[in-house]
Design a protein around this ligand. Structure first.
Ligand code: GLN
Length: 487
């Protein structure tokens, strides 16, 4: 098998035994990127010289017996929403086209402290708003499994790069499904941790009460390695939680289902879910049952309120977070302005794309006096009801399973003119962010058109270890062939 399709654990064995060097590995990913990214379009930028220099340092550390950790020498891509000192951070927006970060995100510092190597900035929907990656101001990313289709979003580049073998793993952000949904559509593992587990320091904010950073990887163990690296308290993010981080990968159990209960929320298996996707996910659940679990139908009665609640809370927070991009600091300034007000208006009008403007307008509206109580406050109350649905369910079951996405990857352009249809792409993932819970998408089969389908597993808050063990147990036992995209 090609080096670029190997898992992190397999690569570490090859590096440890001296069969390959980190420089050779870096070259393999550089060559792969140069061979396929013209078709896939996952990268916004990459620094080959920087990667090779970092790989040479990694080789030197290993030779001195100073291996830093489980990611020593492994190239990892970053969604263009994470800060790297001295590098552009554009959020795929024209307004930040020339912005250079003065500091590095905690999550990258932590990856590097385990030996991980930064390898390129990956495309996304502008400011992480979208479900198809088509809202990027800079380029189109295509699904490696079918280049006429979207990779999912908003972290489409981060999912496609892993699926296409252009990096060993990547980090994305998930506000309403932006890691899990593209992972599902690109046939890789993607995980959103519990809110507060991973520091958001250095993550450009979209909706701060929902945003979490998480990994894309080729297998569950690799996701566990990345999560262990980035998780943990950070004094620079006051919402990051003080909790012990276990060695998730070392503690993975492949017999996690024995005597455990799986909850299947009936609301997620009803109309609106493509029948073929539903069938494949139901088969995956029955495979989990065969591993010793009991399956129980449950109800999460406020599920249908998730989309309206999310699009009130997320847009409200976005309108406030994005107010800082005003043509004065950070951003591109419109060249032809008459006074300061005109400068604000023109810089924002020229810099933001359609979807971002739509959300700023919606968010400002729901926060405006007179509407605050009617929309924003009410949405917060319903959010509490959604969280309680999950708390009640977890009184009875150990893990909840659903499809990750209601459909497989759709065609480029199919939903761009219909924002509501696009918003429904996250119908299975948004609730998990509203409740702050961890969720993981694991590949569970292929549609008749050869497109990947993902199974979403939702866990209890801060119970990542068990969630990863459930996912790894399923992955180890699942029956379908593990094909690779034909690029
Ligand atoms: N697709 C959802 C949205 O457009 C979720 C995005 C995300 O998780 N960043 O807001």
């Amino acid at each position: 098998m090609e080096l670029y399709y190997k898992t992190i654990s397999e690569l570490e064995e090859l590096l440890d035994s001296g069969e390959i060097s980190a420089v050779e590995l870096a070259k393999a990913f550089i060559d792969r990127k140069n061979a396929v990214d013209g078709k896939v379009g996952a990268f916004l930028s990459s620094d080959e010289g920087g990667l090779l220099a970092a790989a040479a340092e990694s080789d030197a550390r290993r030779a001195r017996g100073q291996k830093r950790g489980a990611l020593e020498g492994i190239p990892v891509g970053l969604k263009d929403v994470l800060a790297v000192r001295g590098q552009k951070l554009t959020c795929a927006s024209k307004i930040l086209e020339n912005y250079v970060s003065p500091y590095t995100a905690s999550s990258l510092e932590k990856l590097e402290s385990r030996g991980g190597l930064f390898w390129g900035r990956l495309n996304m929907d502008e400011f992480a708003m979208g479900s198809s990656c088509e809202n990027s101001a800079f380029k189109l990313t295509r699904n490696p499994w079918d280049l006429s289709r979207i990779p999912g979003g908003s972290s489409g580049g981060a999912a496609a790069a892993v699926a296409a073998g252009e990096c060993a793993a990547s980090l994305g952000s998930d506000t309403g499904g932006s890691i899990r949904q593209p992972a599902s559509l690109c046939g890789v593992v993607g995980m959103k941790p519990t809110y507060g587990l991973v520091s958001r320091y250095g993550l450009a904010a979209f909706a701060s009460s929902l945003d979490q950073i998480g990994p894309f990887a080729r297998c569950v163990r690799d996701a566990a390695i990345l999560l262990e690296a980035v998780a943990g308290h950070d004094p620079r993010d006051s919402t990051s939680v003080k909790t012990d981080i276990p060695d998730y990968a070392a503690n993975l159990s492949l017999e996690a289902f024995k005597g455990k209960k799986i909850g299947l929320p009936k609301e997620y298996f009803s109309a609106g879910i493509d029948p073929e996707v539903r069938g494949i996910v139901e088969k995956a659940v029955s495979d989990c049952r065969a591993l010793g679990a009991e399956v129980e139908e449950i109800s999460l009665p406020h599920t249908d309120l998730a989309i309206p609640v999310y699009y009130i809370i997320a847009t409200a927070e976005a309108s406030s977070n994005l107010a800082r991009y005003d043509g004065v600091r950070y951003t591109r300034r419109s060249p032809s302005t008459t006074d300061v007000i005109d400068m604000y208006f023109k810089s924002r009008a020229e810099g933001f794309g359609e979807e971002v403007k739509r959300r700023i307008i919606l968010g400002s509206y729901v926060l405006s006096s007179g509407y605050y109580d009617a929309y924003y406050l009410r949405a917060q109350k319903v959010r509490t009801l959604i969280r309680r649905d999950f708390e009640d369910a977890f009184g009875r079951v150990d893990v909840i399973m659903t499809p990750t996405s209601p459909t497989t990857a759709f065609k480029i352009g199919e939903k761009t003119s219909d924002p509501l249809a696009m918003y429904l792409s996250d119908i299975c993932t948004i609730n998990v962010n509203l409740a702050g819970l961890p969720g993981i998408s694991v590949p569970c089969g292929f549609s008749s058109e050869g497109l990947p389908v993902g199974l979403q597993m939702i866990g209890k808050a801060f119970d990542e270890q068990n969630l990863l063990s459930f996912a790894a147990s399923y992955e180890a036992a699942r029956g379908f062939d593990s094909r690779e995209p034909n690029l």
